[in-house]
Write a protein that binds this ligand. Sequence first.
Ligand code: SAM
Length: 726
Amino acid sequence: MSNDNKNSINSDNPLIRVQTTDWNKERLEQLKQLMPDLFTNDGQLNINELKKVVDPKSVNETERYEFRWFGKSNAKREAFTPTNATLVYDEARSVIPSKLELKELKNGQNTEKNSENSANPVNSGPDNFIIEGENLAVLKLLSQSYREQVKCIYIDPPYNTGKDFVYSDNFNQDRKEYWEDAEITENGYKIDTNAETDGRFHSNWLNMMYSRLLIARQLLKEDGVIFISIDDNEVHHLRKLCDDVFGEENFLGQVSRLTGTPTGQGTRGLVSELDYVVIYSKSDEGDFNGVEFDEEDKQIYNQTDEKGQYLTRPLRKTGGEDKREDRPSMYYPLTAPNNTEIYPVGPGGYESRWRCSLSKYKELEGDGMIEWKEINEDESLVWKPYLKFYLEGRLKQPSDLWKNMDGNKKASIDLKKLLEEKIFDFPKPVEVIKKCALISSDKNDIILDFFAGSGTTGQAITELNQEDGGNRKYILVQLPEATDEKSEAYKAGYKKISDITIERNKRVIENIINSFKSESHKSESSKSESSKSKKANDLRLKANDSSTNDLFTNDLSLTTNDSSTNDLRLKANDSSTNDLRLTTKNLGFKVFKLKKSNFPRVEYAPDPEKSEEENIEALKKYIRDKEAQLVTAFNREELMTEILIKNGFKLNYTLAKQEAFKKNEILMASDGDKETLICLDVSIADETVEYFKTHTDKKLIVLERALNTTKKWNLKHAMGDKFNAF
Ligand SMILES: C[S@@+](CC[C@H](N)C(=O)[O-])C[C@H]1O[C@@H](n2cnc3c(N)ncnc32)[C@H](O)[C@@H]1O
C-alpha cells in the first residue's frame, strides 16, 4: 500500500491519530489491492469468493446473473409492510386561489366562501397535493387510492455523492418514527449524511431507492413512465436496480443533459458537464409523445410555398431494400417536365425503386407533394422527382441528448428571483421537468414527484397547464427535513425544506394571478379608450367554475357562457393585444401532513423475527393502544381522512351531508371513482340501523365502537361486504 493511500485513510478519520494502527484493516486493504474481485461494491470482503479461491468445491452455489447487495431482501420486505401512519389535511398551508384572492380583495374579511370551505376543508378546490412526510410511508398510503393512476413520475433523489443526506429506513422499529413526535414534525427532521467511508455506502443508497421504486411502480398506470435524475455516482447501479424493478425490456432510454456547471475540476477523471435522466415504463404500453421542432431542427425546412415551410427528399428509395427486385411494383417510369421518361437508378447505374406505387405517386402529385428538380449528375443535367415534407404539424421523437435547455445555474437564479433569497441548493430547471411531463403525459394526467425538494415539479405542471390550457394534477412529497441553522433558508424562516416546497408553489400561483390581473387591467383601459367607437361586447369571457368568478368580480364583469371551458379568457378586440388566458381549474394545492395513525394497528400480526416473549409484550401494547382508542377524543376531520384513504379514496374526495337521516350524521363521500356513505358518530341509532337493513344498495362505513354486537350483526347480515365497521 502506498504512503499516499495510508495518509488519505488517516486524514479521513480523526480518531486514527490517537489510536494504534488497525492491522486487520490494513491487511484487508492490502488484500483488496491484490484481489479486488473478492470484495463487494461496498468494499466488504466476500467470504464466499475467498473460499472459492482456496477450495472451489466447498462453495455450493448456483451461478446466475443477478444484482445483489447488502439488505436487499429487507428493503423489499419494508416496501410491502403496512405503515402505521396517516395523512392529515393542513388547511392553513394550503393555497386555494379563490380564497387567497378573496382575502386580498375583501381585505381579509371572513367571507361566506371561506367559512364554507373550513366547514369542509377537503371538499373543494384544486386536485394538486403537497404532502409533507417521509416518502416511503406516504407512497404506501397512496398505493391503495392511486394504484395505477399516475401517468408520470419524475424524481430527483439524492445522488449519493458522499455528502448527501440519505434517509435510512427503520427496519427494526427501535428508532422512533419522526411522525410520532410533534416537536420533530414542527421543527424539522434531521437526517444523516451517507458518507463514502461507510462500509455500506452503496447498499444504503440502494436500499433506500429499492423499496421506494417497488411501491412507486404500483402507482404507475400500465402506460406510465418514470424519469429519474442521477449522475455518475450511482447511474450504473440505478440502471441495474431499475432493470430489477421495472424489467430490462421497459428501459426507454437514458437522457444526457448538459448541466451547464462543470464539476470535478482538479480531481482525477473527466470534468463532468452532464447528468442523466434514466427512463423506464411500467410495461410495453409506455411510450413518448412527439415533441415540437426547435429552431435548429426547423432550419432544414428551407423551402417555402403557399402551404408553408418544407424540405424535399428524393422519391427514389435510399438505404436498405432499395433495389428493383425488393419491390418490383415500385419500379416504373415517370414523365419529367421535359417529357422524358425517368426510371429510379441507383449510384453506379443499378435498377433501384421508388418509395411508393404508381397509384400513390399519382395521388401525391395531385396533392402538390412532388417537386421535380434538374440536377447536375456526372456533368450532365438530369431531372429527378422529390417528395415534399411540410413542417407544420410535424413532431419528432424525443432524443437522448438534451441540450439548448436551461442549465442548473439558470434554475438557481430563477428560484432565487422567486423566493428573493438563495435558499435551496441545486434545484432542477423547470424546463427539464416540463419536458419530462410533456413527452410522457396528456393534459388530464397525474404527475408525481416524491423527492420534491424546492417543488420544481409543481411549478412545471402549473406553468404547463397555463401554457396549453391543460388540467394536469401534481402530487409532491417532501420530507420535513430540517434546514441547517446557519443556512440562508433557516435565517429566512424556512425551518424545513417542505416549507420551501410550499412557499415556492404559492408564489408561482400568486405571480400567475397577479400578471393576469395586471394584463387584464391594461386591456380594460385600452378597451375603454376605444369603446366609444366600438360595440359593447369587446370582451369575451368564459368561466364555468362559480368559485373562479369570485376571483375577479371586483375587477371585471364575467359572464358564464360555456360550461365545458375551464378557462377565464379575456380577448380584446384590438388585434395588438394578446389573448390572455388563465386556467383557473386546478390552480392551487392542498397540503397534507404525515402523522401517526388515529388507530392502533388494525390487525395484530406477530413478528417472526422476534422472540415469543417480545411478541407477547407487543401484543399487550397493542391491546393497551386499542383500549386507548376507545376513550381518546378524536379529531373528526382527521379521522374522516384516514378512514377514507385507508378505504382507497383519493385525496380529492368530497363530502355531502345526507339530510334524510335525522338521528345520525351521515355523509356521502365521493372521489369521482368511488363513493360510500360514512358516519363517524359514536353511537348508531336503532332507526338508522333499521334503514340500512332494507336499503342495501350503497356502501356504508361506521366506527366499530359505535355499534353493539347485535347492531353490528344486523348490518353485516343485511349489507354483507357493503358494510364496513372501521
Ligand atoms: C435532490 S433534492 C430534489 C430537488 C428538486 N428536484 C428541485 O428541483 O428542487 C432531493 C430531495 O429529496 C428529499 N428527500 C430525501 N429523502 C426523502 C424521503 N425519504 N422522503 C421524502 N423526501 C426525501 C430531500 O429532503 C431533498 O429535498
